[in-house]
Design a protein around this ligand. Structure first.
Ligand code: NAP
Length: 279
């Protein structure tokens, strides 16, 4: 029987997930579909609580339903528990609704693919921003064994709120001390929306940063953000944000369709073309 999965959220029209999963379904010749299911906020709790009635084997969850979806799951993985938010759901053999948060795994998968061995060279990571994506990335860095994860955010209290949950490895730091912190960072990750198309660039003087420190930006439109360009120009290795989007989709596809898919160049080019972003 055809296995059906979907992106659920409100709205869902903008999502690139159907393109990504559609590519893998075709590549592996599987009898499956990946659809868009708009779930109106007023019906979200009922939809996830009664997920088995949807006829789907599982789904991705996007804004604004990640928290309500997590609350409706019978079992959550460590990441979803730590974040109180789930982006990947599936029914297990006993009909229980299982929830995972794969954004952090997507971030790690991207670095592993594009900067192999990075973790062995990373004692101190600096995460800029304290929104939903930052949370997933701090969880990922802590779970991978990075010794110190410093979180700087425009609104310091937001960084403090969640850095405390990952203490003592994670610690909130003031934006005013970034020059000093950059001087002892092995990895810098921008998770703010600065640098995204239509947003001002992230204004950061990289001169104190060691030239072998890895710089990553999770913004992927544009693909080369002003931060990545500045880092590249001074000789730092860089990793763009598109791979995180692609790798976060891998665990869901494997759960629903039974094949672990590859993030390859053809997929990357397909999504770049759809985004209208130059490679
Ligand atoms: P979010 O929860 O809205 O958080 C936004 C963050 O950006 C906050 O830390 C906010 O600081 C900061 N910020 C916004 N405007 C700022 C400004 N003018 N100056 C300084 N800081 C500013 O968003 P999110 O979901 O974490 O997403 C953040 C970015 O990551 C977006 O561009 C999104 O597209 C991208 N993203 C990429 C992937 C991927 O797969 N590559 C996945 C998720 C997200 P305050 O707390 O002070 O407001």
């Amino acid at each position: 029987m055809t296995r059906r999965a979907a992106i659920t959220g409100y709205p869902v029209a903008h999502s690139r997930s159907p393109l990504i999963h559609g590519y893998w379904l075709k590549r592996h010749g599987l009898d499956g579909t990946y659809e868009r299911v708009a779930v109106e906020p007023a019906t979200a709790e009922t939809f996830y609580r009664e997920f088995a009635k949807s006829g789907l084997v599982g789904c991705n969850v996007t804004v604004p339903h990640k928290e309500v979806a997590a609350a409706c799951c019978d079992v959550l993985d460590d990441a979803a528990q730590a974040m109180g938010a789930a982006n990947t759901l599936w029914l297990d053999d006993n009909g229980r609704l299982m929830g995972a948060n794969t954004d952090g795994l997507g971030f790690l998968g991207n670095l592993d693919q594009n900067a192999p061995g990075w973790v062995g060279r990373c004692d101190t990571a600096l995460v800029l921003g304290a929104g939903g994506a930052a949370r997933a990335i701090v969880w990922a860095l802590v779970s991978r064994g990075v010794k110190k994860v410093l979180v700087a955010n425009r609104t310091l209290s937001k960084a403090q709120d969640f850095a405390d949950r990952f203490a003592p490895v994670a610690k909130a730091v003031s934006w005013d001390y970034l020059a000093d912190i950059l001087g002892r960072s092995d990895l810098v990750v921008n998770t703010t929306s600065l640098g995204m198309e239509g947003q001002p660039p992230l204004d950061l003087d990289l001169s104190p940063l060691p030239v072998d420190a890895l710089v990553s930006d999770i913004v992927y439109a544009p693909l080369v953000t002003p931060l990545l360009q500045a880092a590249h120009d001074r000789g730092n290795p860089t990793v763009d944000g598109l791979g995180m989007l692609l790798h976060q989709a891998v665990p869901g596809f494997e759960r629903w369709f039974g094949v672990r898919p590859e993030v390859d160049e053809a997929l990357r080019n397909l999504v770049l073309a759809d985004l209208g972003v130059a490679s």
